[in-house]
Design a protein around this ligand. Structure first.
Ligand code: CS2
Length: 494
């Protein structure tokens, strides 16, 4: 007999796996834009812990801006889903009750949900490219499809900036107190950046609103961390085994999780500390630490690892040479960071290496490799500028950037081709046409992509020489050969 479809907490075979509260007894207080696996493994799990410990009307209406997949899996289950935590010692399950439901590809209903007086917070995970904010001007990026569409029809928005501005405008006009806006993406000073983007968008469509948003709306920054691979068929099999229910929305993640948040929530917030969230006055140093060390080394190992034939991060960590370069990168990244009270960066680096090596997590290097042009600045380029300013070695960052450049060719050493999956893919391809495999020309072309590389690197002869040297080795000897050669620089013979 097949297992029943998860639809009520009491259907879960093990009572210990059910939410410790009655989900239906709690109203919605949060709209979350970007209800993918990461949100469900992170913010929703913290909210679940807060509901269990402190109660309150803090359930979440999730929004999928484009896809219907998550809604189709979750809505028939009343928002319930299994969260698997996979560690070296085994897999733990837990059923999360924090999501009330998902709105899929329905901007009008999303806007309505955001205008509900009961909603006190709008949280967001749309990845770096989802916001449509120009990082140089910090205003709306008019070339971003959703931004362009929303600027043309601001009364019927479908993108993040447009929805936020329209919802805040409507609430203000109706005399409803505004919500707090909480970005949970891997962007530096994500709250301040989003605030600038929203205020900039408002200036273009409703100037009188812009100053009010700037003065009245809280955009706390937050640092989020939990390695969450895309769920697979095995995720669903294990969820069913552990809960006794068929769960088409099950997801999996690692046991570790971290959330550091600026405590500025004028309309109130859930007791996220119940799930372990840390509230601080300034998130910036935590954000920088995570982006530079975790995400920086992730990007390096994703480009080098993918091209060396490693499908998963755990395979990279089982390759002694590449794991050695991950250690080198972590140390170089730590060296450009200011001291952080109460945090031992060496211990943090060790913990990261252990997390990356988690044998139970199948995190694809190809997944991390996507959207390089959106990720490189905060993960590798800004840290490289800091290294240059401090007179520290540039090589680890240059090797990582060379691996990205090699990846941009779209072809493995064995000749197999792949899609870059980068919003600037077409531009990258155009820049690289006619350059064949000439490292100098490739480096020159990619350094010339508008707005990507900081001037300090573009004009640094030593930086460019390091990048070209590493890229030459990758092209001449293949990625595996180049990794071996790079490691030999670290461990001189004799
Ligand atoms: C990864 C992140 O895909 C990526 O680019 O570096 O998603 C990483 O897994 C998370 O930031 C971990 O918190």
């Amino acid at each position: 007999m097949s297992a029943p479809r998860l639809a009520r907490p009491d259907m879960v075979r093990e009572p210990a796996l059910r939410p410790a509260y009655d989900p239906a007894a709690h109203g919605v207080g949060i709209v979350h834009i970007g209800a993918g696996a990461f949100h469900r493994a992170h913010q929703a799990a913290y909210t679940d812990a807060a509901l269990a410990e402190a109660g309150g009307d803090w359930r979440i209406t999730g929004v999928s801006l484009r896809s219907r997949e998550v809604a189709e899996a979750l809505n028939p289950q009343n928002g319930l889903y299994t969260l698997l935590e996979r560690g070296a010692e085994g897999t733990q399950a837990r059923v999360i009750g924090a999501l009330a439901g998902i709105l899929a590809a329905d901007p009008a209903a999303t806007l309505e949900a955001m205008c509900d007086p009961a909603v006190k917070i709008v949280t967001i995970t749309v990845t770096e490219k989802g916001y449509g904010i120009d990082r140089a001007t910090r205003g709306p990026d008019r070339t971003h499809p959703a931004v362009a569409a929303d600027l043309a029809a601001p009364e019927a928005p479908a993108g993040v900036l447009g929805l936020l501005v329209a919802a805040l405008a409507r609430r203000r006009a109706a005399g409803i107190a505004p919500f707090t806006v909480l970005s949970c993406d891997n962007l530096p000073e994500n709250g301040a950046l989003l605030r600038d983007g929203v205020v900039g968008f408002a200036r273009l469509v409703a100037p009188e609103l812009a100053e009010w948003i700037a003065a009245e709306i809280a955009f706390p920054s937050s640092m989020v961390d939990r390695i969450t691979p895309a769920p697979t068929a095995q995720t669903l099999v294990d969820a069913e085994r552990l809960t006794g229910c068929t769960d088409l929305a099950a997801i999996e993640t690692e046991p570790f999780h971290q959330w550091v948040i600026e405590d500025r929530f004028p309309a109130g917030r859930p007791a996220w500390e119940a799930g372990g969230a840390l509230f601080v006055a300034d998130v910036t140093p935590y954000e920088r630490m995570k982006l530079t060390m975790l995400n920086g080394s992730h990007s390096m190992l994703a480009y080098a690892g993918f091209l060396a034939g490693h499908r998963y991060v755990r395979d990279v960590m089982a390759d002694a040479a590449l794991a050695g370069l991950v250690q080198r990168h972590l140390a170089a990244a730590a060296a450009v960071l200011p001291a952080l009270e109460g945090i031992d960066l060496r211990a943090y680096a060790e913990a990261l290496a252990t997390r990356f090596a988690n044998p139970a997590i199948a995190h694809e290097t190809y997944q991390i490799a996507m959207d390089g042009t959106e990720k490189l600045p905060q993960r590798l380029l800004n840290p490289a500028v800091c290294a240059e300013e401090a007179g520290l070695p540039l090589r680890p960052f240059a090797f990582a950037v060379a691996a990205w450049m090699r990846y941009c060719l779209g072809e493995c050493d064995a000749g197999e081709t792949y899609a870059l999956r980068d919003p600037r893919e077409a531009e990258i391809k155009a820049a690289l046409t006619d350059h064949g495999r000439d490292p100098g020309a490739i480096s020159l072309a990619l350094h010339g992509l508008p707005g990507l590389f900081p001037e300090a690197l573009k004009s640094s002869a030593s930086w460019r020489a390091e990048v070209e040297d590493a890229l030459s080795a990758m092209l001449a000897e293949g990625m595996k050969g180049a990794i071996g050669r790079e490691l030999a620089r670290l461990e001189p013979a004799g």
